[in-house]
Write a protein that binds this ligand. Structure first.
Ligand code: AMP
Length: 420
């Protein structure tokens, strides 16, 4: 594998997998958040700056075949604005236009291919009727996997080198994210700057953390985060738990949680986590108080109680003052901070205070020298909403990919480029 910063792209044609899976306005189809486009700029600028040419490929949404509302065309003007130069567009990624436009590409030129997911072989997941038998499903999958190889092989013929910079899809073994790497020798494939910085940030937290290391886990369910929690118990000094998953732990400890979110089949698991934290010497912090609502609504009546005394019929939707203070104190003393998942139903103004307070505490700890990594769509949204993105050390662009990497799983998009 090559390092992009050491590679001279002069006269080289690169095919670059980026993550341009941006949100679009439903009516106008204009890009409403260009964070992901901006994330790819350092890699694009490096290749063009060296005197190379590049072919960009990405998915957008989850189209079923060719669907205009998932076209990458709306990305074009935004990309051109950021780069200050024209970008060519091929209205297909495998058809004649893509082949001829890639072949004609001159040094310094950029070509964007249409959505790779217009072809089902990109994902390799066959769309079958519910009535399909297991045999039929297996056969369809095998057939599509063959087509996926053909697709990847064809895309590889467009260029001399392959660059993967799509961290957001690195946990997918798709045609353009992983399989294509097999068609380039090891010295002709590399990561872009975005993937490199994501890997560096995660490595710093998981393998080189300065202590105390505090992880803050929130969000709806324990079941979604269990693998990460288990992996973190081997690494952190403090594990703060907030959000909806709190109440499964509290019920497991014998508390009253009213109608709060609870996974009754995870009560034993919650107790095991508490036990394991003790064994490992990890300080596990659960909220001590709860902001409760009489209904799941921003107009609900609210009351504060101890976290294990939520009134009958009420639901805990945020952490309250005492928990905010306890959590903030721990965060402020930390040197490494990982945050994944909100502390409450932050989408509703009334229940966003806990999440905002934690975001601010992380920003303040960062200003005092801590390294902070924020990952997962909702925590990133909370950081952005509070305009704190430049006050934390690193905001990950890949929720699912980050989670899987930190769980200790191998990411196909990373392995394929690294592999011998
Ligand atoms: P996740 O995707 O697992 O990180 O979960 C994020 C979601 O958890 C957000 O939509 C929050 O509204 C929700 N959430 C956070 N705290 C609670 C809570 N106390 N009760 C119900 N949902 C919650």
């Amino acid at each position: 594998m090559k390092m992009i910063q050491d590679f001279n792209f002069k006269g080289v044609k690169a095919i670059v997998r980026v993550d341009f899976n941006v949100p679009l306005d439903k009516e106008t189809l204009e890009v409403t958040d260009d964070t992901r486009i901006r994330g790819a700029l350092p890699t694009i600028n490096k290749i063009v700056g060296d005197g190379g040419s590049l072919i960009l490929m990405s998915h957008l949404g989850r189209p079923k075949g060719r669907m205009e509302k998932y076209s990458l065309k709306p990305v074009l003007p935004v990309l051109e604005k950021h780069l200050g130069k024209k970008v060519l567009f091929a209205d297909d990624c495998l058809g004649e236009s893509a082949v001829s436009m890639s072949a004609a590409l001159k040094p310094g030129e950029i070509l964007l291919l249409e959505n790779v997911r217009f072809y089902p072989e990109e994902e390799g997941k066959p769309v079958l009727p519910d009535t399909a038998t297991d045999e039929e499903k297996k056969a369809a999958k095998a057939e599509l996997k063959e087509k996926q190889k053909e697709m990847a092989k064809k895309l590889a013929t467009y260029a001399d080198v392959y660059v993967n910079d799509a961290f957001g899809t690195a946990h997918r073994a798709h045609g353009s994210t992983a399989v294509i790497a097999d068609y380039f020798p090891v010295d002709k494939r590399m990561f872009g700057f975005l993937i490199n910085s994501e890997l560096a940030a995660m490595d710093k937290v998981m393998n080189n953390a300065q202590r105390p290391f505090t992880a803050i886990m929130g969000g709806a369910k324990v079941s979604d985060k269990i693998m990460l929690i288990e992996n973190l118990l081997n690494r952190v000094d403090n594990l703060i738990i907030g959000g909806g998953m709190t109440y499964t732990f509290i019920k497991a400890r014998g508390g009253n949680i009213g109608k709060s979110l609870c996974e009754d089949d995870k009560l034993d698991l919650a107790l095991k986590i508490i036990e394991k934290a003790k064994e490992k010497g990890v300080s596990l912090l659960l909220p001590v108080d709860s902001l409760n609502a009489d209904k799941f609504d921003n107009d609900a009546d609210t009351s504060v109680s101890d976290v294990d005394a939520v009134p009958e019929g009420w639901l805990g939707l945020d952490i309250a003052e005492k928990s905010i203070k306890e959590f903030s104190d721990v965060i402020m003393k930390s040197k490494t901070i990982l945050w994944n998942g909100p502390m409450g139903v932050f989408e509703m103004e009334k229940f966003s205070k806990g999440t905002t307070a934690i975001a601010k505490a992380i920003a303040e700890a960062t200003s005092k020298g801590a390294f902070s990594l924020i990952g997962g769509g909702d925590s990133v949204a909370a950081i952005n909403k509070n305009k704190l993105a430049d006050k934390v050390s690193y905001v990950s662009t890949g929720g699912g990919a980050m989670l899987e990497y930190m769980e200790g799983k191998k990411l196909p998009g990373i392995e394929a480029v690294r592999g011998e």
